[in-house]
Ligand binder design. Structure first.
Ligand code: SAM
Length: 276
């Protein structure tokens, strides 16, 4: 008889977030397949779990997948864990699951932490409908295409990003999505846990002045029909936009304020542009 493949979620920072069932399953299976065996060994040692480990990471996924399937077919029960959170969510596992299903193997979830939904629930943005986008493609053209395809996405969007790419990702989002609300959920469940609820423009300014550190989930507000591409001033220059408000009877200060607000930039930027 085939063994079972368990997808076991592990903490995304705080070890107390492991479930009782995850500990039991990890103790009961024959083999644990781990993204990084050294990392998982720390977790297993902490919970006094002594089990054979085998590595299963993105670059050996195909070859290792076949080996793991062969063990399952011999009747061995296997737990798949990733470095943090839930396997197969922006982590290896997806292909192993489809291979296992093709082979008639039972796949069992052992649910627990996921960075994406943890970030979403503290974002303050709508949670009723959301879309998980994971990491944006690295390739420039694919990244542009992906962001363009999200321009009119009404659901709250969740992204993963590495700290060293955060600045450029915020700028790309700003370029293709316009200025939006964003929550940056950083280092969740860890000592330096923090959530920054702001706009894309403000986030860009913040990270011009400091280097992003730690792990981030980005939660971006969905399209509300009012992004720049649809607004009345989309084809106006800043001067024309400003003149429009003057013609509406605003004084210079208010006109500048309104232009800055519409465009999601600082008044100083608008002054600079008008006086250049
Ligand atoms: N499988 C994992 C899950 O279930 O969330 C995600 C793995 S993915 C390779 C790693 C990304 O998850 C990081 O780059 C970051 O975007 C996010 N992440 C993981 N742990 C986090 C944490 N404690 N706080 C914020 N983001 C985290």
């Amino acid at each position: 008889m085939n063994g079972n493949l368990y997808l076991v979620s592990t903490p995304i920072g705080n070890l107390e977030d492991i479930t009782l069932r995850a500990i039991r399953i990890l103790k009961e299976v024959d083999v644990i397949a781990a993204e990084d065996t050294r990392q998982t060994l720390k977790l297993l040692n902490h919970f006094d779990i002594n089990k054979p480990l085998t590595s299963f990471f993105r670059h050996n996924e195909n070859k290792k997948g076949e080996y793991i399937i062969s063990l399952l077919k011999e009747g061995k029960n296997i737990a798949l864990v990733s470095d943090a959170g839930t396997p197969a969510i922006s982590d290896p596992g997806e292909e192993l699951v489809s291979l296992a299903i093709e082979e008639g193997i039972t796949v069992i979830p052992v649910p627990g932490p996921v960075a994406a939904t943890s970030g979403l629930i503290i974002s303050g943005l709508p949670t009723g409908r959301f879309t998980f986008e994971g990491f944006l493609p690295m390739n420039k053209k694919n990244r542009k295409d992906r962001l363009e395809s999200l321009e009119q996405e009404q659901r709250t969007m969740i992204f993963y990003e590495a700290p060293h790419k955060l600045k450029s990702t915020l700028k790309d989002m700003r370029e293709f999505l316009g200025n939006r609300k964003i929550a940056l959920a950083r280092e969740m469940t860890k000592i330096h846990e923090e959530v920054i609820r702001t706009t894309l423009d403000e986030a860009i300014i913040k990270y011009e002045e400091e280097n992003p550190k730690g792990e981030f989930v980005l939660i971006v507000d969905g399209y509300d029909g009012k992004t720049e591409k649809d607004v009345f001033w989309k084809d106006l220059t800043i001067q024309e936009h400003y003149d429009y408000y003057l013609a509406q009877g605003e004084d210079r200060m208010n006109a500048t304020k309104k232009v800055a607000k519409d465009r999601g930039v600082s008044k100083r930027d608008i002054y600079g542009e008008l006086n250049s």
